[in-house]
Write a protein of this length. Structure first.
Length: 279
């Protein structure tokens, strides 16, 4: 192993477990400083300039403040695609990829004419679906223009066509367009849950994309589900990533609104995480 790997790990000791610090060190050296596998694992000498040292020291300083490594290096991989990320968007997560895979399994061989992603953030859901279901026309909404700027860059980076639109779903009204799939990973963490959250999420990721009022944790799901009643095609479906604490409540809310085919699905960690509903 290259000596700089252990140097980074030692610098982060006390802030991160050794295994995580080691992973961070490897990621920094590969993604930022261009280390090859041979240079990383073979212990080969690689010139590390004063300028590189200054960059590394600054990154370590940021890591010690719990800033996510993805924001520091500026990218995250999701489903085989690479996405630019910064503090204006949530970092794509594995459970969200499970939601994407569920939609792909359902629609890859069907004529999925139109897909709408509500609250797109980095664009990871919309872009992944456009990549995997190329016959579909994909549209994505977000209330944040800063997030949409990131999403548009990611669309270009991954060479897919997605129509990104600024739209506050809480104020949205039904138009003439009908969608076969409506998907959303909306804000779903109740304010009271903040004390259980890690600092690298709570202090750095955008609150606008995370939190809902304690007295209305299903706020976004209800609004999207009501809107979907008017803009889904007859055979269309909505897909949600959900708060594991409100799985049954979300399921019941959808049934109460008139959805008759509602399926709650667990993620790889056995948590209630996804819901599909059809009228």
């Amino acid at each position: 192993m290259h000596p700089i790997v252990n140097e980074i790990r030692d610098a982060l000791r006390g802030c991160y477990p050794d295994s995580e610090a080691l992973s961070i060190a490897k990621m920094l050296l590969v993604e930022v400083f261009g280390f090859s596998t041979l240079e990383l694992y073979g212990g080969k000498d690689k010139e590390f300039s004063v300028k590189h040292r200054d960059v590394l020291d600054e990154m370590i300083r940021r890591l010690k403040k719990n800033e996510p490594i993805q924001y520091i290096i500026g990218i995250e991989t999701f489903g085989g695609l690479t996405f630019e990320v910064n503090a204006n968007v949530l970092i794509p997560r594995p459970e969200t990829l499970e939601l994407v895979q569920w939609i792909v399994e359902d629609w890859q061989t069907k004529p999925a004419g139109r897909i709408l992603d509500v609250g797109t953030g980095s664009g990871c859901i919309a872009i992944s679906l456009a990549n995997r279901i190329p016959q579909a026309k994909v549209e994505a909404w977000d209330v944040s223009e800063d997030a949409l700027e990131v999403a548009r860059k990611n669309g270009r980076r991954n060479e897919v066509e997605v129509c990104f639109c600024r739209q506050d779903v809480l104020k949205a009204e039904a138009g003439n367009v009908r969608y076969d799939v409506i998907v959303s990973n909306p804000p779903y963490i109740a304010e009271k849950e903040k004390e259980q959250m890690d600092a690298n999420v709570l202090d750095w990721e955008p609150s606008l994309a995370l939190f809902v009022p304690d007295d209305d944790p299903l706020l976004f799901y209800r609004k999207i589900a009501l809107l979907a009643m008017d803009i889904l095609t007859e055979e269309g479906a909505i897909y949600f990533e959900i708060n594991q604490a409100y799985g049954q409540e979300t399921l019941q809310m959808l049934k109460d609104l008139g959805y008759t085919q509602v399926e709650l699905k667990k993620d790889a960690w056995d948590n209630d995480r996804m819901i599909k509903a059809k009228r």
